[in-house]
Design a protein around this ligand. Structure first.
Ligand code: GDP
Ligand code: MG
Length: 178
Protein backbone atom coordinates (compact mmCIF):
# COMPACT_ATOMS: atom_id res chain seq x y z
CA UNK A 1 0.00 0.00 0.00
CA UNK A 2 2.15 2.84 -1.27
CA UNK A 3 5.66 1.70 -0.49
CA UNK A 4 7.84 -0.87 1.20
CA UNK A 5 7.75 -1.13 4.93
CA UNK A 6 9.34 -2.89 7.85
CA UNK A 7 8.27 -2.57 11.45
CA UNK A 8 10.56 0.39 12.21
CA UNK A 9 10.71 2.26 8.92
CA UNK A 10 7.74 3.07 6.79
CA UNK A 11 7.82 4.54 3.32
CA UNK A 12 4.55 5.92 2.04
CA UNK A 13 3.23 7.70 -1.00
CA UNK A 14 1.35 10.87 -0.09
CA UNK A 15 -0.71 12.93 -2.53
CA UNK A 16 -2.17 16.39 -2.10
CA UNK A 17 -5.55 17.18 -3.61
CA UNK A 18 -7.62 20.34 -3.67
CA UNK A 19 -8.40 23.43 -5.69
CA UNK A 20 -5.67 25.39 -7.35
CA UNK A 21 -4.46 28.19 -5.06
CA UNK A 22 -5.37 26.67 -1.69
CA UNK A 23 -1.70 26.33 -0.77
CA UNK A 24 -0.79 22.70 -1.46
CA UNK A 25 2.66 23.49 -2.83
CA UNK A 26 3.34 25.96 -0.03
CA UNK A 27 2.44 23.33 2.59
CA UNK A 28 4.91 20.91 1.01
CA UNK A 29 7.68 23.50 0.78
CA UNK A 30 7.11 24.56 4.37
CA UNK A 31 7.27 20.98 5.57
CA UNK A 32 10.25 19.85 3.46
CA UNK A 33 12.38 22.98 3.34
CA UNK A 34 11.01 25.15 6.13
CA UNK A 35 10.36 27.96 3.68
CA UNK A 36 7.48 30.12 2.52
CA UNK A 37 7.80 32.11 -0.67
CA UNK A 38 4.80 34.41 -1.19
CA UNK A 39 5.90 35.22 -4.74
CA UNK A 40 6.15 31.61 -5.88
CA UNK A 41 4.37 30.82 -9.11
CA UNK A 42 1.85 28.05 -9.59
CA UNK A 43 3.80 24.79 -9.80
CA UNK A 44 6.96 25.43 -7.88
CA UNK A 45 9.87 23.37 -9.18
CA UNK A 46 9.78 19.73 -8.32
CA UNK A 47 6.53 17.85 -8.30
CA UNK A 48 8.09 15.13 -6.17
CA UNK A 49 9.73 15.70 -2.79
CA UNK A 50 10.44 13.45 0.13
CA UNK A 51 10.83 14.04 3.82
CA UNK A 52 11.46 11.64 6.68
CA UNK A 53 10.20 12.17 10.19
CA UNK A 54 11.03 10.28 13.37
CA UNK A 55 8.30 9.43 15.82
CA UNK A 56 8.68 9.11 19.58
CA UNK A 57 8.57 5.32 19.42
CA UNK A 58 11.75 5.51 17.27
CA UNK A 59 10.01 4.50 14.08
CA UNK A 60 10.61 6.62 11.00
CA UNK A 61 8.21 7.55 8.25
CA UNK A 62 9.46 8.62 4.86
CA UNK A 63 6.82 10.57 2.98
CA UNK A 64 7.14 10.49 -0.80
CA UNK A 65 5.11 13.54 -1.66
CA UNK A 66 3.43 13.99 -5.01
CA UNK A 67 2.42 17.56 -5.71
CA UNK A 68 1.28 18.22 -9.23
CA UNK A 69 -0.94 20.89 -10.69
CA UNK A 70 -2.40 18.61 -13.40
CA UNK A 71 -5.09 17.05 -11.23
CA UNK A 72 -6.62 20.48 -10.58
CA UNK A 73 -7.35 21.05 -14.25
CA UNK A 74 -7.89 17.54 -15.57
CA UNK A 75 -10.01 15.50 -13.19
CA UNK A 76 -9.58 12.52 -15.52
CA UNK A 77 -5.86 12.39 -14.64
CA UNK A 78 -6.48 12.25 -10.90
CA UNK A 79 -6.69 8.44 -10.61
CA UNK A 80 -3.19 8.14 -12.09
CA UNK A 81 -1.97 10.57 -9.52
CA UNK A 82 -3.49 9.03 -6.39
CA UNK A 83 -3.07 5.40 -7.44
CA UNK A 84 -1.18 3.48 -4.76
CA UNK A 85 -1.20 6.41 -2.35
CA UNK A 86 -1.28 5.41 1.32
CA UNK A 87 -2.11 8.97 2.34
CA UNK A 88 -4.25 11.69 0.78
CA UNK A 89 -4.07 15.23 2.13
CA UNK A 90 -7.13 17.12 0.96
CA UNK A 91 -6.67 20.85 1.24
CA UNK A 92 -9.05 23.80 1.16
CA UNK A 93 -8.62 27.50 1.92
CA UNK A 94 -10.56 28.72 4.98
CA UNK A 95 -11.40 31.94 3.09
CA UNK A 96 -13.02 30.01 0.22
CA UNK A 97 -16.28 28.05 0.57
CA UNK A 98 -15.85 26.92 -3.06
CA UNK A 99 -12.59 25.25 -2.15
CA UNK A 100 -14.29 23.53 0.81
CA UNK A 101 -16.95 22.16 -1.57
CA UNK A 102 -14.18 20.95 -3.87
CA UNK A 103 -12.47 19.22 -0.94
CA UNK A 104 -15.67 17.30 -0.27
CA UNK A 105 -15.73 16.22 -3.90
CA UNK A 106 -12.21 14.79 -3.50
CA UNK A 107 -13.15 12.97 -0.31
CA UNK A 108 -16.00 11.21 -2.13
CA UNK A 109 -13.81 10.39 -5.10
CA UNK A 110 -11.17 8.80 -2.84
CA UNK A 111 -13.76 6.90 -0.85
CA UNK A 112 -14.88 5.34 -4.13
CA UNK A 113 -11.59 4.91 -5.97
CA UNK A 114 -8.67 5.38 -3.54
CA UNK A 115 -6.47 2.58 -2.17
CA UNK A 116 -8.27 0.48 0.44
CA UNK A 117 -7.34 1.71 3.91
CA UNK A 118 -6.00 5.04 2.61
CA UNK A 119 -5.40 7.54 5.43
CA UNK A 120 -7.11 10.81 4.63
CA UNK A 121 -6.53 14.19 6.22
CA UNK A 122 -8.69 17.26 5.72
CA UNK A 123 -6.71 20.48 5.94
CA UNK A 124 -8.09 24.02 6.21
CA UNK A 125 -5.12 26.12 5.11
CA UNK A 126 -4.45 29.89 5.31
CA UNK A 127 -5.51 29.91 8.96
CA UNK A 128 -3.51 33.15 9.33
CA UNK A 129 -6.26 34.94 7.34
CA UNK A 130 -8.74 34.93 10.25
CA UNK A 131 -10.35 38.23 9.23
CA UNK A 132 -11.24 36.75 5.83
CA UNK A 133 -12.43 33.39 7.14
CA UNK A 134 -15.57 32.01 5.44
CA UNK A 135 -15.40 28.35 6.49
CA UNK A 136 -15.68 27.76 10.22
CA UNK A 137 -13.37 25.31 11.95
CA UNK A 138 -16.53 23.64 13.24
CA UNK A 139 -17.74 22.89 9.69
CA UNK A 140 -14.38 21.42 8.72
CA UNK A 141 -14.21 19.33 11.87
CA UNK A 142 -17.74 17.98 11.54
CA UNK A 143 -17.28 17.01 7.92
CA UNK A 144 -13.99 15.26 8.71
CA UNK A 145 -15.49 13.42 11.68
CA UNK A 146 -18.42 12.16 9.62
CA UNK A 147 -16.00 10.79 7.07
CA UNK A 148 -13.50 9.25 9.46
CA UNK A 149 -10.76 11.70 8.57
CA UNK A 150 -8.19 13.57 10.56
CA UNK A 151 -8.79 17.37 10.54
CA UNK A 152 -6.42 20.26 11.12
CA UNK A 153 -6.15 23.94 10.23
CA UNK A 154 -2.73 25.09 9.05
CA UNK A 155 -0.84 28.09 7.80
CA UNK A 156 1.99 27.50 5.36
CA UNK A 157 2.75 31.19 5.78
CA UNK A 158 3.33 31.17 9.55
CA UNK A 159 4.17 27.41 9.73
CA UNK A 160 1.33 26.92 12.19
CA UNK A 161 0.40 23.21 12.50
CA UNK A 162 2.41 22.13 9.43
CA UNK A 163 4.67 19.66 11.27
CA UNK A 164 1.71 18.56 13.40
CA UNK A 165 -0.20 17.68 10.23
CA UNK A 166 2.48 15.25 9.08
CA UNK A 167 3.12 13.87 12.57
CA UNK A 168 -0.55 13.10 13.08
CA UNK A 169 -0.71 11.38 9.70
CA UNK A 170 2.37 9.31 10.60
CA UNK A 171 0.73 8.19 13.85
CA UNK A 172 -2.37 7.03 11.98
CA UNK A 173 -0.58 4.86 9.43
CA UNK A 174 -1.25 1.17 9.69
CA UNK A 175 1.83 -0.62 11.07
CA UNK A 176 3.17 -3.85 9.68
CA UNK A 177 3.54 -6.41 12.47
CA UNK A 178 7.12 -6.69 13.75
P1 GDP B 1 -1.61 25.36 -4.79
O1 GDP B 1 -2.10 25.76 -6.14
O2 GDP B 1 -2.67 24.67 -3.99
O3 GDP B 1 -0.34 24.57 -4.85
O4 GDP B 1 -1.31 26.72 -4.01
P2 GDP B 1 0.11 27.44 -3.75
O5 GDP B 1 0.90 26.68 -2.75
O6 GDP B 1 0.76 27.71 -5.07
O7 GDP B 1 -0.38 28.79 -3.05
C1 GDP B 1 -1.29 29.66 -3.72
C2 GDP B 1 -1.20 31.06 -3.12
O8 GDP B 1 -1.63 31.05 -1.78
C3 GDP B 1 0.21 31.65 -3.13
O9 GDP B 1 0.11 33.01 -3.48
C4 GDP B 1 0.68 31.50 -1.70
O10 GDP B 1 1.58 32.52 -1.34
C5 GDP B 1 -0.64 31.61 -0.92
N1 GDP B 1 -0.62 30.83 0.33
C6 GDP B 1 -0.33 29.52 0.45
N2 GDP B 1 -0.44 29.11 1.73
C7 GDP B 1 -0.81 30.22 2.44
C8 GDP B 1 -1.10 30.44 3.83
O11 GDP B 1 -1.03 29.56 4.69
N3 GDP B 1 -1.47 31.72 4.17
C9 GDP B 1 -1.56 32.72 3.25
N4 GDP B 1 -1.92 33.92 3.69
N5 GDP B 1 -1.30 32.54 1.94
C10 GDP B 1 -0.94 31.30 1.54
MG1 MG C 1 0.69 23.81 -6.48
Amino acid sequence: NGGTNDAKNLRVKLVLLGDSGVGKSCIVLRFVRGQFDPTSKVTIGASFLSQTIALQDSTTVKFEIWDTAGQERYAALAPLYYRGAAVAVIVYDITSPESFAKAQYWVKELQKHGSPGIVMALVGNKADLQEKREVSAQDGMEYAEKNGMFFIETSAKTADNINQLFEEIAKRLPRPSP
